[in-house]
Design a protein around this ligand. Sequence first.
Ligand code: HEM
Length: 181
Amino acid sequence: MAAPMTVAFTAGDSGDWRITAVTGVSGPPLPVAPRLAVTTGGPPPPGTWTLTGTTSNVRYATSSEMGQLAARQEGLGRPQARRAALIPIRKSEAWWDLAQDERRAIFEERSRHTAIGMDYLPAIARRLHHCRELGGAYDFLTWFEFSPDAETEFDAMLARLRATEEWRFVAAEVDIRLARD
Ligand code: HEM
């Protein structure tokens, strides 16, 4: 696995991405700003807010799932991927009180998170950042990139995921949509 990478998301006046919408799905929304800067390494620019997370090793995916993902997924930064979503998520104490095997059972055997997500590859590219150990309001910063014509499919995937048992443990979620020219 690649070494963990620290990534900062800063909403403010600078950055490659224009913020097109900020929706508080559950819990409080985040303040709106014109642009979002994504900084990997080095200090983030000043801004209205910065959320920081790190990439990490997988927790739940099996070797077979990792193989299927690797075969289908594409990387970030594709030129046609001119839309993105940053979705910070916090899970409830009830989730974190569960044992690893119980969380895996909810995440995949019962909620089919990876199986649902795989239906949308390679159109949607993704990177998961962890931040529970850093303190702050969220446990995860999820990042997705796709072409403008895939946004409807992306919304359909979100509706399927949000209807799962896993999402009953989501205590806070903000959906930030982005565009670049
Ligand atoms: C975790 C796949 C979409 C939120 C994961 C994991 C996989 C995965 C394999 C487990 C990583 C591990 O083993 O640690 C996918 C695929 C998607 C997708 C293929 C399709 C693009 C989404 C979306 C959201 C999301 C749209 C948010 C709205 C999360 C979160 C975790 C996660 C929060 C961490 C869960 C935890 O550790 O408790 N995803 N996902 N995913 N995904 Fe997705």
